[in-house]
Design a protein around this ligand. Structure first.
Ligand SMILES: O=C(O)c1cc(=O)[nH]c(=O)n1[C@@H]1O[C@H](COP(=O)(O)O)[C@@H](O)[C@H]1O
Length: 245
């Protein structure tokens, strides 16, 4: 069981959606025994600045820098180059930006990492956000068909563009795994243990279900960071993941 707990820890990403480096570092210290990766998103990065990436890494954990780049290829390439220099382990863009944009980001990251002599971060594309349901997809975004078909198409495009994986809901994981193979990284937010509230997330699954579908990593934020006892919540989720590994 100890091996399975360790394997589960490598797959658990805690979303540090907090407003300051101080709060992020307290959570990282408390939760590092249970999670191997910590996610710095827009709120934390915009308030604490790039330095927070290094501060979190000093705790001996990996950093997923979730800034979801989405712009013209040149702009994304230049921005990705800067982010690769911060030492993040995972960086992401939006697949909706298209092949040329994803390629520009991926190439810039590889070149910058090679120039610095550091391992290249995983370059990941966000498919359809987990807060989007079929109604929003059709009526507000004006997209036809099923969400899972769009996710599959974008996952294949992502792989063809030379990226390492995608962010998607756990509900699309098995379709992506089938289409893109076992080496392709699938990062799944929208994780809600049976004891937690769904909030703004729409396409959700429990930690055990997401692992059962073949997710490479699970992103969990509020069920852990918003609980009265974050380490206990993280431990409970880790246990649930380990039981099905
Ligand atoms: O790229 C992401 O990480 C992401 C993509 C997505 O489709 N859905 C999604 O929730 N996320 C992120 O995953 C985290 C989920 O947090 P909780 O809903 O609090 O568990 C947030 O930090 C989101 O920004």
């Amino acid at each position: 069981m100890e091996n399975k707990i360790q394997a589960a820890r490598e797959k658990l990403i805690v979303a540090l959606d907090v407003a300051s480096a101080a709060e992020a570092l307290v959570l990282t210290r408390q939760l590092a025994p249970y999670a191997g990766v910590f996610k710095v998103g827009m709120q934390l990065f915009y308030s604490a600045g790039p330095e927070v990436v290094r501060q979190i890494k000093e705790q001996g954990v990996k950093v997923f820098l979730d800034l979801k780049l989405h712009d013209i290829p040149n702009t994304v390439g230049q921005a990705a180059k800067v982010l690769a220099g911060l030492g993040a382990d995972i960086i992401n863009v939006h697949a909706a930006g298209g092949t040329a944009m994803m390629q520009a980001g991926a190439q810039a990251v590889k070149e910058r990492a090679a120039a610095l002599g550091i391992p290249a971060p995983l370059m990941i594309a966000v498919t359809v956000l987990t807060s989007v349901d079929q109604r929003i997809f059709h009526q507000e975004m004006g997209l036809a068909g099923e969400i899972e078909d769009r996710v599959k198409t974008w996952a294949i495009l992502t792989k063809e563009a030379g990226l390492d994986g995608v962010v998607a809901s756990p509900r699309e994981t098995s379709i992506i795994r089938q289409a893109c193979g076992k080496e392709f990284a699938i990062i799944t937010p929208g994780i809600r243990p049976a004891w937690s509230v769904s909030g703004d997330q729409k396409r959700i699954m429990t930690p055990a279900e997401a692992i059962g579908q073949g997710a490479s990593y699970l992103v969990v934020g509020r069920p852990i960071t918003g609980s009265d006892n974050p380490p206990a919540a993280a431990q409970k989720i880790l246990q649930e993941m380990a039981e099905v590994l």
